[in-house]
Write a protein that binds this ligand. Structure first.
Ligand code: ATP
Length: 232
């Protein structure tokens, strides 16, 4: 099992963000993590990456408890956070060199990754000078640079133009052939194009966890299914 969560409970002051959720994700799955605003998606992703502490429950990454083995489990996960925090004053290559140092990755891999995410023409620019879509590509590059087994992507195509969306989706699809991917998005087309399974969170609870076909069920589209499951 790539990711296993048992009875995960997280509360921010009086706000329950995750209410005893449990799930298992197999190696090689591309799972769509859906839910209305405030459902708990980012909280769940940050808990898996080990960047957020939680009150109750356990998370295992490749069988290792992520609270007992924070360094080892972190080294298995590439994470593209929602707001894609980057060092704006750094140049693209300089930043990727820096990330590569942190993960002790061979420097030779950087040019390969730059090519993979389509940053060749922008690689000598300062990050602050890049368009939103290219900043997103730098975020993806840092997430995959150390070849993690698990990728957690929070709205990866947010802010990209239609051409870039197609390219990045293709990249995610390719990555999904070798890796476990957890993808949070509000774009149902993206879920349809990439995911085999959907996990739907609402108010901190998992209200659906099934194959994309079963999730769609009797509804005419994923949008309609989402609406029916979450509109109360
Ligand atoms: N640092 C925080 N302090 C207090 N409450 C928080 C904090 N972070 C999140 N929350 C609350 O926890 C709940 C879950 O938030 P979370 O960001 O995980 O939702 P989300 O599903 O990622 O939402 P979105 O789709 O809007 O990004 C929300 O009610 C949110 O207001």
């Amino acid at each position: 099992m790539s990711v296993k969560i048992q009875n995960l409970y997280k509360q921010y002051k009086r706000q329950i963000a995750l209410n005893n959720i449990s799930l298992e994700i197999e190696k090689g799955e591309i799972v769509g993590l859906l839910g209305p605003n405030g459902a708990g998606k980012t909280t769940m992703m940050r808990s898996i990456t080990g960047s957020l502490s939680f009150e109750k429950g356990k998370i295992w990454i490749n069988g290792m408890d992520n609270q007992k083995f924070p360094f080892k489990t972190k080294s298995l996960i590439g994470y593209l956070p929602e707001n894609n925090p980057l060092y704006m004053d750094m140049y693209v290559k300089e930043y990727l060199n820096y990330v590569s140092d942190i993960h002790h990755t061979p420097k030779g891999k950087i040019s390969n990754i730059i090519e993979k995410v389509g940053l060749q023409k922008e690689q000598s620019k300062k990050i602050s000078q890049l368009s939103k879509g290219y900043k997103q590509r730098v975020g993806l590059a840092q997430a995959i640079l150390f070849d993690p087994e698990i990728l957690i992507l929070d709205e990866p195509t947010n802010g990209l133009d239609p051409n870039q969306i197609i390219e990045i989706r293709q990249l995610i699809q390719d990555l999904g052939k070798m890796k476990t991917v957890i993808l949070s998005t509000h774009i149902m087309q993206e879920v349809e194009a990439l995911c085999s399974r959907v996990i739907l969170l609402d108010k901190g609870n998992i209200i659906q966890d099934r194959s994309i076909e079963d999730f769609k069920g009797k509804y005419s589209s994923l949008e309609e299914a989402f609406f029916e499951y979450t509109h109360h």
